[in-house]
Design a protein around this ligand. Structure first.
Ligand SMILES: [Zn+2]
Length: 207
């Protein structure tokens, strides 16, 4: 996954799986949902210290918006700039509020036995590149439709993201980024996180 100086590295994140990418300072990472409406949980770590990570809630208290917007600077929990959101090809349909799904969320909804999750995908992807972590930071959930109502209630209307939608971000420090194709496939009233028909693959390129 190391960045090449001469070509763009492209990769498929299979449905319900996760992958880690090294993104050098000044490089860009692009995430696309070719089938549309596939939630992409996005995490980023300082490549030199994985104890520093992209923090959604430190970001939104700085940008004064609970959604990431084109042009925003996304920061770490130490309030250092990590990424610029350079290109939003998904019309702002993103979320910074929903915690990564994990085994216990699926059990909460009545699932029995193991279920893949974004938390597990994150840990596997980081172990695969020799950078194990114990935490699960709040991800930025690209291509995820949520809204906060005037009374403070939090809703997730059907996902309207069209096929081929994408986001692109520029690294402001050397990073390890993880992209998870959210495996959420349960039929739960009010939580249509992914498209009908279940999780689908994502495309990631680093240039
Ligand atoms: Zn998930």
């Amino acid at each position: 996954m190391a960045k090449s100086d001469t070509k763009i590295d492209r990769s498929v994140v299979p449905a319900s799986e996760g992958r880690a990418y090294r993104v050098q300072k000044g490089s860009r990472i692009r995430v696309e949902t070719p089938h549309g409406a596939q939630a992409a949980d996005f995490f980023a770590f300082n490549a030199e210290n994985v104890g520093e990570w992209l923090s959604a809630n430190h970001t939104w208290v700085t940008t004064f918006n609970v959604k990431p917007r084109e042009g925003d600077t996304l920061i770490s929990q130490f309030r250092r700039p990590m990424l610029t959101f350079t290109d939003d090809g998904a019309s702002g349909v993103h979320d910074m509020m929903i915690a990564a799904c994990d085994q216990f969320r699926y059990e909460f909804f009545g699932h029995e036995g193991h279920h893949p999750s974004c938390a597990e995908n994150l840990h596997l992807a980081m172990r695969r590149i020799g950078q194990p972590i114990n935490s699960v930071p709040q991800p930025i959930n690209f291509f995820t439709n949520t809204r906060i109502e005037e009374d403070g209630s939090f809703v997730s209307p059907p996902n309207p993201v069209s096929p081929g939608s994408y986001v692109e971000l520029e690294a402001l420090m050397d990073l390890i980024c993880v992209v998870s194709s959210c495996p959420f496939d349960l039929v739960v009233d009010g939580w249509p996180i992914n498209a009908e028909g279940g999780p689908s693959a994502l495309l990631v390129s680093v240039s």
